[in-house]
Design a protein around this ligand. Structure first.
Ligand code: ADE
Ligand code: ZN
Ligand code: ZN
Length: 236
């Protein structure tokens, strides 16, 4: 996702944190909210020192394979990245500095996990190589899903986060079911639909948002609510 998507997810998660988690996170982040730190994973991309985290933002494995049977990226993928962040945060021997770093990264990666094309095909780099026009401007399928559709609405992240409220306790619990791997397969299954939604060089416009923004909305919402669950479990 782009900055708005990530911030929306951070803002939604913030609203679903337990008292205990909220307090410990506030201490670690020195008062910065989850929305503000959510873009950290992308902010560090411009620094060569963090090149080794590049592959942590996504996972590509064949749609007809199980993750565990698939060939792994040596530098790590988003499933390994999230697992690593959780391990550091649970580790009583980890330094405060590491905890802060991997907490910010976890907020970011839980977001990316819910962008369907971050669990896409390796051949087209999760849709980055599928050129399309977005309202007559050059774009690609990955960018349409990361940011073009979201930015087109011209809504702030707090408006987007507010828009996704009013769920019952039972609905929230149902969204929070499952594991990181379950959520990965859910994204991958949406990615299949996304790949079928547009042809290379297609001109995408209002109709495309009309047909697909609902998935963006629900993925942002699930992502925030599940991030809160992961954090509540860590800091319980
Ligand atoms: N680069 C390669 N695969 C990618 C993906 N699925 N998402 C983002 N960037 C990528
Ligand atoms: Zn992306
Ligand atoms: Zn990212």
């Amino acid at each position: 996702w782009g900055a708005t998507g990530h911030r929306t997810i951070g803002e939604i998660a913030e609203k679903h944190l337990s008292k205990k988690a909220k307090k410990q996170i506030e201490t670690l982040l020195q008062g910065q909210g989850l929305a503000i730190v959510s873009t950290f994973g992308d902010d560090i991309k411009s620094d060569d020192a963090y090149d080794k985290f590049y592959t942590w933002h996504f996972v590509n494995f064949p749609f007809d394979q199980k993750y565990k049977d698939s060939e792994k990226e040596k530098r790590g993928d988003i499933v390994m990245g999230i697992t690593y962040c959780i391990d550091i945060l649970k580790d009583t021997n980890a330094s405060q500095e590491d905890k802060i770093f991997y907490l910010k990264f976890l907020v970011h990666l839980m977001g990316d996990l819910h962008q369907p094309l971050h669990v896409g095909r390796a051949e087209d780099k999760g849709g980055n190589d599928i050129k399309v026009l977005w309202h007559y401007k050059k774009s690609n399928l990955h960018r349409v899903w990361d940011s073009d559709m979201i930015e087109f609405y011209n809504m702030s992240y707090s408006e987007l986060a507010r828009n996704t409220s009013d769920l019952s306790k039972a609905q929230i619990q149902s969204i929070q079911q499952g594991s990181v791997l379950d959520w990965t397969y859910e994204s991958q299954s949406l990615a299949k639909k996304v790949y079928n939604s547009a042809q290379p060089d297609e001109k995408l416009s209002y109709r495309y948002s009309y047909d697909h923004f609902q998935i963006v909305r629900s993925q942002l919402q699930k992502s925030g609510i599940r991030l809160a669950k992961v954090l509540n479990d860590i800091f319980d």
